[in-house]
Design a protein around this ligand. Structure first.
Ligand SMILES: [Zn+2]
Ligand SMILES: [Zn+2]
Length: 389
């Protein structure tokens, strides 16, 4: 290992207690999408203290930030932090670890600033991953325009260098029928809840005829006011996911047809509601992954084989469609712990999570160092990105 990388590792070890305290603070004060006021401020304060020039509320997003350290003319490498929590189950996606691994990587690089090759390091705070598409707003706001390469990690129950992400489109259906007394005059009513139930039944049948890597799942968001009133309004929301964007849009069309059929069958009228911008699939970049893998091996992190069936979606996918970007999965919970579970929420502040956070901070910082030390690698990552278009 190079001397600078050894120094990066030592810096993370030295900062580990502070980073763990920050991680716990974020974890214990879960904030939902675009409401991550405390988490964003704590991270921005921390990076300011480490010598970064921090801009708060970038791209018109109050809880986004950009922390920059400039060491001269060279590539711009971004390390991304997420810090939003989930409704009801808090930090069950471990974004407190993403946040502190990213901030820790920045801090470790700041600690070796005098020995860094010329370039620019940005730690970017990206809110609202669990819904709301914070990174999409930052892309639209031009935050990634001057960035050559972006990377982040995500907590998981094992180390996986690259996990495919599904594209996701979210759609709402609102059915309008006609209220009537459910016992005295049911034949006068048009039952909007029946349309919702029929939509679920239609989607269940559709699901038999889709590819195994597609996902369609929904909840009822409105189901009537009282059992003695034929529901006048009922609504549901579906998420539709597929590994390719064209397949995703095709499936989206078929799911809408399920709702249209339900409306027809029940005599309701249907309003289709587009819900927030789609998340795009993760574009793979082997140049960046290769560097990350070598640094993982150097710090003794054990890589597991990729998993074909445990796929989610994230707005890092959208970033990966505009610049080379990676999101390796990092072990922060015991094997077999599902994410978005209460067990994962508890694991995200356990000793294994501290270890994963420190290992991630080191690997992210070392990979950033590699890219600054050899800008040819940045060009190679870009060429691979272009070729994959
Ligand atoms: Zn999540
Ligand atoms: Zn997550």
């Amino acid at each position: 290992m190079s001397t600078v990388k050894a120094l990066i590792g030592q810096a993370v070890d030295r900062l580990a207690d502070d980073l763990e305290a920050l991680s716990r603070k974020i974890h214990d004060h879960p904030e939902l999408a675009y409401q991550e006021v405390q988490a964003a401020a704590w991270l921005a304060d921390y990076l300011t203290g480490q010598g970064f020039a921090v801009e708060r509320g970038v791209a018109g997003v109050d809880t986004a930030f950009r922390a920059t350290m400039d060491t001269g003319s060279g590539p711009t490498i971004a390390i991304l932090c997420e810090y939003d929590a989930l409704p009801a189950i808090g930090h069950a996606c471990g974004h407190n670890i993403i946040a502190t691994a990213g901030a820790g990587a920045g801090a470790a690089l700041a600690a070796v600033r005098d020995t860094l090759p010329a370039g620019r390091i940005q730690v970017i705070g990206t809110p609202a991953e669990e819904g709301g598409g914070g990174k999409i707003k930052l892309i639209q706001g031009g935050i990634f325009e001057g960035v050559d390469v972006a990377m982040m990690i995500h907590g998981f129950d094992r180390w996986i260098l690259h996990q495919d992400l599904l594209g996701i489109v979210r759609v709402g259906f609102e059915f309008t029928g006609k209220a009537a007394h459910a016992s005295a005059d049911p034949w006068e009513g048009v039952n909007a809840l029946d349309a919702v139930i029929q939509t679920f039944n239609n989607v269940s049948m559709l699901r038999q005829q889709v590819r195994p890597d597609a996902r369609i799942h929904g909840i009822v968001t409105q189901g009537g006011a009282a059992p003695n009133i034929i529901p006048e309004i009922a609504a549901c929301t579906f998420y539709v996911r597929a590994p390719r964007l064209d397949d995703m849009w095709d499936l989206h069309r078929r799911v809408i047809a399920c709702a249209e059929g339900a409306a027809r069958a029940t005599g309701c009228t249907l309003r289709v509601i587009d819900l927030e911008a789609p998340y795009e699939p993760l574009k793979r970049n082997n140049t960046l992954l290769g560097l990350f893998r070598a640094n993982m091996a150097a710090i003794g992190a054990m890589e597991s084989p990729p998993l074909a069936d445990r796929m989610g979606s994230s707005d890092i996918g959208n970033v990966s469609q505009v610049i080379p970007a990676i999101q390796p999965m990092v072990q922060i919970a015991p094997h077999g712990t599902p994410i978005h579970s209460r067990a994962f929420e508890a694991a995200a502040v356990a000793p294994l999570a501290r270890r994963g956070m420190c290992q991630s901070a080191k690997t992210l910082a070392m990979t950033t160092y590699d890219l600054l030390a050899d800008p040819g690698l940045v060009k190679k990552a870009r060429a691979e990105f272009e070729a994959a278009k």
